[in-house]
Write a protein that binds this ligand. Structure first.
Ligand SMILES: Cc1cc2nc3c(=O)[nH]c(=O)nc-3n(C[C@H](O)[C@H](O)[C@H](O)COP(=O)(O)O)c2cc1C
Length: 322
């Protein structure tokens, strides 16, 4: 295995993994290449202290990045083996991805997986209805390879509950200084390469989808269209860090399968976050008392594709070679 080829591949994988979705576009990950092992770490400096006190959303975000990394790695090596939490002591060391066998140096054009990764983005506009049965089938299909979590389509009662929990969260948090400070830090229109920039935030938050998070107004035109999105629900019977990482991997598959079918999507977690003023907000439970990890709005776009992808940190700031 040529060292230069492995270095080029490691950097290529980190570039695409860095396109994963993350809560508030925090991009809380770091990749280190050591020989043919690509180590993935969570970066706690980028955790949301108020909204994500346990680091659950940070690990879901990192799980999505790990899944993107695996999918891209599979295009270029014979064998990809992932060990989760390889170090019992260093709990921020989330995974080691072994790039085994022959390595093919990445070249243009992009592979199909890379094109799908590049085409996905979090669309916060209302959606037209997708084919509900087809979405349910896709969720069942991608869930098949997971034992610790699954994705199912939400029924009308669950959708109504999520909208109600989201609005309760909004009402309780709008005057909470810590939440407001955190939200404005990550979504206040700074021209940086992280956070949620204005062109990704609805111009009129009041006509944004009722299940969506309430962001400060941006420039994304929504149109006064009724939202007919379907909601996918990611749940796990156990609610521990390993389940959060796998839920993030499954989230990545759910989003990519939607993109590959020409649908738009947006992850939602605000309704699961601690409600300010409530010292012990109960955790939302799905079927069989499993923990709800995230919801995903899925539907047909009601506006044009946006011209540029959502911004990201440079690959040099998230990737190093040991
Ligand atoms: C764990 C997690 C939680 C998220 N929660 C929300 C949310 O509550 N509302 C929302 O609009 N977007 C949410 N997102 C989407 C992110 O804001 C989005 O992925 C990020 O801004 C990067 O943009 P992109 O998905 O367009 O690449 C979440 C993403 C992840 C991975």
């Amino acid at each position: 295995m040529d060292r230069q080829d492995v270095h080029a591949l490691g950097r290529h994988i980190a570039t695409f993994a860095g396109r994963a979705p993350s809560v508030h576009n925090t991009q809380p990950w770091h990749f280190s290449l050591d020989g043919h092992l690509l180590h993935v770490y969570a970066n706690p400096a980028r955790r949301l202290l108020t909204s994500d006190p346990d680091g659950r959303e940070m690990l879901i975000s990192c799980g999505a990045a790990i899944r993107f990394a695996e999918l891209v790695a599979e295009q270029y090596v014979d064998r990809v083996e992932v060990t989760y939490f390889p170090n019992q002591v260093r709990r921020l060391h989330l995974a080691t991805i072994e790039l085994g066998g022959t390595v093919v140096r990445p070249a243009t054009p992009a592979t199909g997986v890379e094109e799908t990764i590049g085409a996905r983005w979090s669309d916060r506009r209302p959606f037209d209805a997708p084919d509900r049965a087809a979405v349910a089938d896709q969720l069942a299909l991608v869930s098949k390879q997971y034992r610790r979590c699954s994705a199912t389509i939400a029924g009308p009662d669950t959708v109504a509950l999520i909208a109600a929990m989201g609005s309760q969260h909004h009402l309780a948090s709008r005057y909470d200084a810590n939440y407001r400070h955190e939200l404005r830090w990550w979504a206040a229109g700074r021209a940086y390469s992280d956070g949620i920039s204005p062109e990704r935030r609805p111009v009129d938050p009041d006509i944004a989808p009722p299940t969506g998070r309430f962001f400060p107004a941006g420039t994304l035109k929504t149109g006064d269209v009724e939202d007919k999105a379907e909601l996918g629900l990611i749940t796990s019977p156990v609610d521990e860090p390993l389940d959060w990482v796998h839920s993030g991997r499954l989230l990545a598959d759910v989003l990519l399968s939607a993109t590959a079918s020409g649908l738009h999507s947006c992850t939602l977690t605000h309704f699961l976050e601690p409600v300010p003023g409530e010292s012990d907000s109960p955790r939302m439970r799905g079927a069989n008392h499993s923990a709800v990890q995230a919801a995903v709005r899925i539907g047909r776009a009601t506006g044009p594709e946006l011209p540029s992808p959502t911004r990201r940190l440079s690959v040099d700031s998230i990737f190093e070679i040991w």
